[in-house]
Design a protein around this ligand. Structure first.
Ligand code: G6P
Length: 614
């Protein structure tokens, strides 16, 4: 979490930095700040609690000149979100300014040592310790900024992506990374740094992804230099971005979340393109083809992920077990990494992550690799840390997801997992020709089925008014759609702050049934599948206790129509692909309830999209 951006070149830096911060706001939005080096090398630092737009208002009467600067949007870890704790942080002399994404774990020890040396601290942040340390090293060793940064980072335990400027070296910007992402954009006589490529794409498509323990020295008019922690030159691997500015805009929708919900027919088309044959039963993923033996000989698969990606993993478990007949476990990455897991070289660990930056998932990958397991990634962000840390993988290719609540990434992840199961099942010959045909056909028809499900939007918008003031919701589903219930509940609580719980429908009688009364609505996911009869009984149990029911059913289901309060009809789809279609009304329901409540759906309180801290 936290987004950093920096610029050095010939244009006014402020506008570039502010625009960049807006793009990175999904990473945190409790305070923001900017440091600009104007003519005469004076350093102007402006920071404020609140969103980037608050920072803009704050700066409206300030001197915003300068062609070099760094900026930050924060998600608080150490110290409450206020003006003082906002970044950039400035050294004692006022010469050095620094922005930081990550956590300095040993900041207490460093702070105490610096206090003994006479340093005074103004904020409660771990970051201020780092900027003071850099200045301390610089003064003590009478060295350059780069040497001071390198020296200071040697003392640091933790994660960081940093950008640093110094009034005594006004044509230099230093950046460095360890376990937090940092991208450098190379333009003509100008260089950009940012937590991801979105602030950069408008100006250049040439980027370098900094690796862990690397430090970049960016000097006006000089080629980029990158060194490792021992000051040895590191390779500069320039990549060309495949991203367009229009993908980062709302495109006429009031919110990114709604845009991303409505994009799904296209994003799923992009996800299956070149992977599912246009007719017949062939599904191929290059990551599987290139690692055939690994998949054929796998003893078991362990899926690690967090949040929505973990829900996709639960669906993936069923798909892989049913189609590829490999035993699968699904673990929260945060639990897995501390569970002393038993893994062997015949195990495959699949890491699922939209951002490709989630700290717990990255740590789980590192642990799996240490144990000798083969690690396969399912990511959205191309070039992200997880995509680079895994042995092989498949991108979901759904384009940038900006709304904090994940929507199109979830359906992309489930789609990739279905393709993965099919590709492996075909290799292992564990899936019948009929099933292969049926699943391949279902994959091909997903975009048009999603389109049909999106027609529910107006209905759901109207229906949502009934539930605006409700305090609790229950979501029930079975089989493939038990994870859909979890995901539906998560969507609602993330953006509307209504407490919601997802449960396997049959477990309702072991607890949640006690909660049911006329104030607790239940969303029941009840498509026409094997469990249909059983889930009808669950609906009846809820109704018998005065609860209201919103049921998601297959078109033409007359039985449930008679008993449920509201019925949302989705098109017929094979059971194993139904979570993709079911998720459309669930996403829309959460969206419209949150909007009716006046919530900021794209930036829900306390959340961040890319969780780069433990
Ligand atoms: C955060 C986001 C969620 C996301 C989770 C995992 O909590 O708000 O939307 O599902 O992180 O993120 P990842 O990028 O690893 O999928």
């Amino acid at each position: 979490m936290c987004g950093i951006v920096g610029y050095i070149g010939g244009r006014p830096a402020y506008e570039i930095l502010i625009k960049g911060l807006h793009r990175l706001e999904y990473r945190g939005y409790d305070s923001a700040g900017v440091a600009l080096m104007g003519e005469g090398s004076e350093l102007n630092v402006y920071k404020t609690r609140g969103k980037v737009s608050d920072l803009e208002r704050f700066c409206s009467s300030k001197d915003i000149s300068g062609t070099i600067g760094i900026a930050h949007t924060r998600w608080a870890t150490h110290g409450e979100p206020n003006d003082v704790n906002a970044h950039p942080h400035v050294s004692r002399s006022g010469n050095i300014a620094l922005v930081h994404n990550g956590t300095i774990e040993n900041y207490h020890v460093l702070k105490e040592a610096l206090e003994i040396e006479g340093c005074k601290f103004h904020s409660d942040t771990d970051t201020e310790v780092l900027v003071q340390l850099i200045e301390y090293v610089k003064e003590k060793n009478k060295c350059s900024l780069i040497d001071a940064v390198r020296g200071a980072l040697k003392e640091v335990v933790g994660a960081y992506a940093i950008g640093v400027v110094d009034t005594t070296e006004p044509d230099t910007m230093i950046c460095a990374r360890k376990s937090s992402p940092l991208v450098i954009g190379i333009g003509e006589n100008e260089t950009f740094i940012a937590s991801d490529a979105t602030p950069i794409i408008e100006y250049t498509d040439q980027v370098v992804y900094l690796n862990d323990d690397e430090i970049a020295i960016i000097q006006r008019g000089q080629p980029l230099q990158i060194v490792d922690s021992d000051n040895l030159p590191a390779a500069i691997d320039i990549k060309t971005l495949r991203l367009s500015v229009s993908q980062l805009e709302k495109g006429g929708y009031p919110h990114f979340m709604l845009k991303e919900i409505f994009e799904q027919p296209r994003t799923i088309q992009d996800c299956i393109r070149g992977r599912v044959a246009s007719s017949g039963d062939e599904v191929s993923l290059s990551g599987v083809t290139e690692n055939k033996e690994r998949f054929i000989n796998a003893n078991r698969i362990v899926i690690v992920a967090c949040g929505t990606s973990w829900h996709a993993g639960l669906i993936g478990k069923r798909l892989l077990q049913e189609i590829a007949r490999i035993p699968v476990e699904v673990e929260y990455a945060s639990e897995f990494r501390y569970s002393n897991p038993i893994l062997t070289s015949n195990d495959i660990v699949i890491a699922i992550s939209q951002s490709g930056e989630t700290a717990d998932t990255l740590a789980a990958i590192q642990m799996a690799k240490k144990c000798g397991a083969f690690v396969y990634g399912i990511c959205n962000v191309v070039g992200s840390s997880i995509a680079r840390a895994t042995d092989s993988g498949t991108y979901i290719h759904v384009g940038p997801e900006i709304g904090v609540a994940s929507t199109k990434a979830f359906t992309g992840q489930v789609t990739v997992l279905a393709m993965l199961a099919m590709a492996v099942g075909t290799l292992k010959n564990t899936v019948s020709k009929e099933t292969r045909f049926a699943v391949a056909k279902a994959l091909r028809s997903l975009p048009s089925l999603i389109k049909q499900a999106l027609r529910l939007n107006d209905r759901i918008e109207k229906l949502s008014s009934t539930y605006t003031y409700v305090h609790n919701f229950l979501y029930l589903g079975r089989g493939y759609n038990y994870p859909s219930a979890l995901e539906g509940a998560l969507k609602l609580k993330e953006i509307s702050y209504i407490h919601a719980e997802g449960y396997p429908a049959a477990e309702m009688k072991h607890g949640p049934i006690a909660l049911i009364d006329h104030e607790l609505p239940t969303v029941v996911i009840a498509p026409d599948d094997e469990m249909h009869e059983k889930i009808i009984s669950n609906i009846q149990q809820v109704k018998a206790r005065g609860g209201s029911v919103i049921a998601i059913v297959t078109k033409g289901d007359t039985t449930i129509k008679e008993i449920a309060d509201h019925v949302l009809e989705i098109p017929m789809v094979p059971e194993c692909m139904s979570p993709v279609i079911v998720s459309i009304p669930l996403q829309l329901l959460a969206y419209h309830i949150a909007i009716k409540k006046g919530c900021n759906v794209d930036m829900p309180r306390n959340l961040a999209k890319s969780v780069t801290v433990e």
